[in-house]
Design a protein around this ligand. Sequence first.
Ligand SMILES: Nc1ncnc2c1ncn2[C@@H]1O[C@H](COP(=O)(O)OP(=O)(O)OP(=O)(O)O)[C@@H](O)[C@H]1O
Ligand SMILES: [Mg+2]
Length: 348
Amino acid sequence: MGQKVAFTYNLKRKVEEGLPDDYYSEFDSKETIEAIANGLRSRGNEVFLVEADKGLLNWLQSNKIDIVFNIAEGINGESREAQVPAILDFLGVPYTGSGVLALSASLDKAFTKKIFEQAGIPTPRYKLIEEPAEISDEGLRYPLIVKPNREGSGKGITITSVVRNRAELEKEVCKTYKTYRQEILVEEFIEGRELTVGIIGNSPPAVLPILEIDFSNCRASGEFFYTWKVKEFEKEVEDSKGLSPIWHCPARLTKQEEALVGDTAIKAFNALGCVDLSRVDIILDKEGVPYVLEINPLPGLDPIDSNFPFIAKCAGLDYPALMNRILDVAIERHTKNGSLVLHERSLR
Ligand SMILES: Nc1ncnc2c1ncn2[C@@H]1O[C@H](COP(=O)(O)OP(=O)(O)OP(=O)(O)O)[C@@H](O)[C@H]1O
Ligand SMILES: [Mg+2]
């Protein structure tokens, strides 16, 4: 039976003069929003498009719906990804995807890494630098990578983010701090194979086929890892520009490597208290250690560009089926004694 679904998102817009090119990169395009809404409608759900802005609370109070399908990345502050879930918890409305705790923790890469360390999940050694005056590389081995601590979608990540000595580190930290005005994560850059693991469902969560992103044909552009530029243009430009890595799904792994990477991703999902879906970014180094970089409980769902829908397709789930699977696993999680009610946290 179809549900009344409010679909909450933040719409991508044209970057205004003076802002960085990646300013709205986490937000979703009109095409993605339409594709998700149409996917949900194809199974008889009634879908209401609701932009997650200051009018959201009012809208939810004036409209009766069964569940929210949430992909909103949020606008301001360190709680931004958790703001829609917090409002829904407050009103007692069930929703898809992770809750406040997982979304706040995973937005903060250094905080996430502390949780990984606690759970025995390998993650690159790092330092969190509150401001440029505090720069330190003590105990870290070059090359290092410099990233804004609380961004996603490759924001602030370019080939100059990888630094090979103290002078480059200082320059890059200052530049990143000036643009993103937040603490900076400095991490050991792990050489290895880039993998990303899609997870869907609860009790137990299932690992989808692992995706390997291979940059060996990106020489023309010099982009040797998953920078913002590659993420932004990989599906738009011709191969000759060197911005289109090869996606191998399933990844070229032995059975043992596949099991280790899948188990590690599930550990990360559980450690953060994620539910319904997530994508876990991993570098498998030459010794076979799966270093977890981060977890994305709100993975991109662009039908053409995003990793997660591609992974789902390799698992036999086309785009509408994936949208409805996400809705179904959330409904299952929120159903108690036959009715759909808000159920906080997972069933673990
Ligand atoms: N420590 C590292 N070692 C090797 N490569 C790294 C490391 N940290 C980041 N990278 C590279 O940079 C990319 C982006 O880093 P990360 O996943 O931390 O950023 P993000 O902006 O949160 O990404 P997403 O688009 O998945 O939200 C990674 O996919 C990887 O290619
Ligand atoms: Mg990532």
